[in-house]
Design a protein around this ligand. Structure first.
Ligand code: BTN
Length: 267
């Protein structure tokens, strides 16, 4: 039960848990447009249309992951930049996985979490506007963590894993009987919610970006920058205070990259 892990200041009535839905982000968007308050959380045991960045699918089979979306009201935040909130969510989620599962987690700019060399989590933050002028007044932060998914579709099977199976090397017997998947899910979900809505949790950009950088796995590494049809090799050298990735191209020129435009593969 998630409730037993929530801090006292969290209103458990705002947490909606479903069995099977299309996408928690899509439902959270609809709820935000219908007036759901800051702090509303949607969790599903299974998503049939889980979404990632660039219209990719997020594989979300029944009972083996955390599929969660949090509604944030920008008027209640001292920070409403989507990239920074994605960074914030990445840091919080990384820590929650480390605390609840003991696995050392790293961030791959901008929104992926890895254990060793495999992805265990993706984050998708989306703006919602219920205003006539189109300004964003709510942000949906969607977090998907593979808790004990055993088998992945062909296209991601070499790059994805689950937190319950890494970094511990596990044979099939133990894989089949990972007993605490639901409990791990609830603990991690609660740890993330507790942190997002901590009473003293004012958003401190300097501290956040320092933590975000310290958990990065790509700084100093060769990467492939993919922007539409363009593709080039570079070295990731830094992340600036706005959450942009700075890369050095092969001709020596430095470029700063916005998260919305490109995806990065390790070279
Ligand atoms: C990515 O890997 O590009 C981001 C994946 C985000 C997946 C989560 S699961 C909960 C929420 N609902 C969705 O449809 N997507 C996010």
């Amino acid at each position: 039960m998630i409730n037993e892990y929530l801090n006292d200041n969290i209103n458990a009535e705002n947490i909606h848990i479903y069995d099977t839905i299309g996408s928690t982000n899509t439902l959270a968007k609809e709820m935000a447009l219908s007036g759901a308050p800051h702090g509303t959380v949607v969790i599903a045991n299974e998503q049939t249309a889980g979404r990632g960045r660039f219209g990719r699918k997020f594989y979300s089979p029944m009972g083996s992951g955390l599929y969660m979306s949090i509604i944030l009201d920008t008027s209640k935040l001292n920070q409403s930049d989507i990239t920074r909130l994605t960074c914030y969510a990445a840091v919080i989620t990384c820590k929650a996985i480390e605390e609840c599962q003991g696995a050392l987690c790293k961030i791959k700019w901008v929104n992926d979490l890895y254990i060793e060399d495999k992805k265990v989590c993706g984050i998708l933050a989306e703006g919602v506007s219920s205003k006539r002028n189109g300004s964003i007044d709510k942000i949906i932060v969607g977090i998907g963590i593979n808790i004990n998914t055993r088998e992945f579709p062909e296209e991601i099977k070499d790059i994805a894993t689950s937190i319950a199976y890494k970094p511990i090397l596990i044979d099939d017997k133990i894989l089949a009987s990972c007993p605490k998947a639901e409990d791990i899910r609830d603990r991690i979900a609660a740890a993330i919610i507790n942190c997002f809505f901590a009473e003293d949790g004012d958003f401190d950009n300097e501290k956040l970006m320092a933590e975000y950088k310290s958990k990065q796995m790509i700084i100093g590494k060769k990467v492939i920058v993919i922007s539409g049809k363009d593709k080039y090799e570079a070295t990731a050298i830094d992340i600036d205070d706005e959450g942009r990735l700075i890369v050095r191209k092969e001709d020596g020129e430095a470029e700063s990259i916005f998260s919305g435009e490109v995806s990065i593969k390790l070279g």
